[in-house]
Design a protein around this ligand. Sequence first.
Ligand code: MOS
Length: 739
Amino acid sequence: MSATSYLGKPTSRVDGRAKVTGAAKYAAEYGAPGLAHGFVVTSAIAKGRIARIDTSEALAVDGVLDVFTHAHRPRMATAEKKYSDDIAPPGAPLRPLYDDRIRFSGQPVALVVAEELEIARYAASLVGVEYEQQAHLTDFEAERGSATIGKADGEAHSHRRGDVKKAFAQAPVRVEAEYRMAVEHHNPMEMFGATAVWEGDGRITIYDKTQGPLNCRNYVASVFAMPRAKVRVLSPYVGGGFGSGLRPQYELPLAVLAARALKRSVQVTLTRQQMFGLGYRAGNIQSLALAADRDGRLASFRHEFIGMTSQFEAFQRNYVTWSSLLYTCLNAELAQKLVKLDQNTPCDMRAPGGAEGLYAIECAMDELSYAANVDPLELRLINYSDRDQIEDQPYSSKELRECYRQGAEKFGWSKRNPQPRSMQEGGELIGWGMATGIWEAMQLEASARAVLSANGSLEIASATADMGPGTYTMMAQLAADMLGVPLDNVTAKLGDSDLPYAPVEGGSFTTASVGSAIHAACRAVQKELLGLAQKAARSPLAGAKLDDVVFADGMIRRKGGSAEVSLTDAMRAGKVDRIEKEASVKPNDKSKYSHYTHSAVFAEVRVDEQIGVIRVARLVSAVAAGRILNPKLAASQILGAVVGGIGMALHEETATDHRFGRFMTHNLADYHVPAHADVHAIDVIFVEEKDDEINPLGVKGVGEIGIVGTAAAIANAIYHATGKRVRDLPITIDKLMRG
Ligand code: MOS
C-alpha cells in the first residue's frame, strides 16, 4: 500500500479542525457591512385570511427599517410554479408574504427588519394581525376517513399481485394490526438562517442553511425574476439537516426580499419555535395483514399506508413496496393514501418512506413470528427474496444474509429465550428484538471539477453540500487516492452554487453521485498526465495505457514494475502548470438491476417496570452498502442514524393542539430527542459487498440505512421484554403501562 492510498481507510474529517475551533461558520454567522436583521411574524391561526395588519407601532420603534407584509413588499413572481424547486412535491408551493391567505399555523405573515436583531424581535411583537378565521382540519385521526389515493410524486406506489383475499382466508397463520407513528420534526442543531449580501451591482450573495445551494439559487432567481448568474448561494457548512434543508425554506426568500427592497444586506434567522412551522415527518397509520403457512412461509401480504399532507401540496414517498424487496410472497396488495390537513407540507426526513414503512412491516413480521412460532430471524431467512418483485428483476448485489449472520453473531441472538418476559436481570426485564433495514442506493446526475497544479496541489469542486456526513473528506480522499497525492495537498470545495452541478445532498446518494463524478474527473486528469509523461524523450512509460499504470506517492508508476514518472516531471515535460478537468455522471435508475442497501438490526432493551424506564442497552446494526470508502465516517453515519431510530422508537413526537391547529411541542424541552443518557452501546458492522454494476466505485451510500428498521427492532425488543405490544410510536412508558 502506498502512502497516498486512502480508500477504505478510517480517515478523520478534513474539516474537523475548522468545526471544533469554530472557524467553520453557519449561514447566520456571516456578516456584511451595514447588515440589517429580520425577524418573522408567523400566523396564529391555521386557516383563513389576514383581515388587517397594523405595522404602525412596529415601524415607530427606533431602529426599525421596514416591516414587510403581503400588502407591502417588492415584486415577486405571481405564478405558484415559480416557487417550485427540485424537491417540491406536486401542488402549489407556498408563496411567502404573497397574499392574505393563511394555510397553516406558523406561516410567515410579516418580516420586521431593523438595525439589530433584538430590535426586530421586539418590534415583531408589536405587529397587530387581525384574522378572518375559518374552521381548520388538523386532527389526522378524525380525518382518516377522507384519505384518498395520493399520486403525489407522479407514482401511486400501489402494487398488487396474486389474490390476497383468498390467500389470507386460506392461510393457517394470520396477523392483522394497525401501527402508528407520530409527527416528527428534524431539529438540526443549526437554526435556519439566511444572510443575503447586497453586492450593489445587481448581484446578490446568500449564505443559507441548505442541503442544496443550486436548488436555492434557482429558486431565488425564479421567485425574483433575476438572472441565475446574478444570484450566488453558499452553504459551506451545514449544522445538520436530516432533510429539512432539501427545499428552500422561507428565511431565504424573506432575506432576499428585504435586501432587494432596502438595497442593503439582510439576515433572517428563525427561532427553534418557528422551525416547527417548516416541514416535518408526516404522522401515519399503517394497516398490515400478513398470512403464512405453518412453517412461516408468507402466503399473503397486505399493507395500507395513510399519511398526511397539506392542502396545497401532496407529499408522499414510497412507504409500502419494501416488503416485496425483502420477502418472497405470491400475493400482495400494497397501497398508500393521503389525508389533507391545514398544516404545512411535510418534507423528507431521514430515509423518508423507508423509515416509516419498515417500522410497520418489521413489527408485523415480528408478530407473525410469534403467531407461527418461528424465530424472528429464521422467519426472515425462510422468506428471503433474491428478486425484486416490484420491478421483477435481480439486485446488483444483496448481502443481506451476511448482515443477518454477522449481526446475529455479534449480538448473541442464538442465546435468546423466545418466550416474552423470560429474560430478567437486576429487577429489569430484558428484551431482544430484531428487524431488517433497506434503502435505495440511488445515483443522480452530478458533475465535479479537478484542478491539479504543478506544485502538486489539487482542488476538487462540486456544488454539493456537507450537512455532516463528511462530504469534504470523501471528496478529498477519493481525489488524493486517484491521483496519488497526499491528502494534505487536496482542497475540497462545495456548498457554492457557482461550482459544477450537483443535486441536493440527500437520499444517501452523494457519494455515489458526486463521488462518481470525481472519479470521472480524476480519470480525465490521469489520462492527460500519462500523455504528458509519455511526451518526454525515452519516457519510461512509453506505450503504457491508463490501465497499465498506478498513481501513487506523487508518481505515475507502471504496474508490477519500477518504471515511473513524477506528476511534476510529467507536467514539466508537457510544459503545463495546470490541468483542469470537469466530468459528469448520469443517474443509474435505468439499470436492469435493482439497487438497494440493506441492514439487519438487533436491539436489547431493558425495562424497569417499577420506575417506568425503557432503555436501549445494546444495539447492533450490520450494514451492506457496497464499498465503504471511509469506515470511520461511514460508521459515524450509522451511529447518528441509529440515535435517530432510538428517538423515533422512544422519544420523538410533535403534538398538535387541535383547538388552534398548532404544533405545540415546539421546543427541545417538550420535543424529546435522545440525550447522551439515552444512548448506550451501538455496534456498527459493514459486511463486505462487491458491486461492479452499480458504479465504477462500487459504492451505494450510507446514512439513511442506519435509521431504517431501528425503531422496529426496539419495538420488537420491548414486546419480547414485557409481553406488551405497543404499536404507536413513540413507545413512551405510559403506553406501556396502559397496554
Ligand atoms: Mo435526506 S431526508 O434526503 O436529507
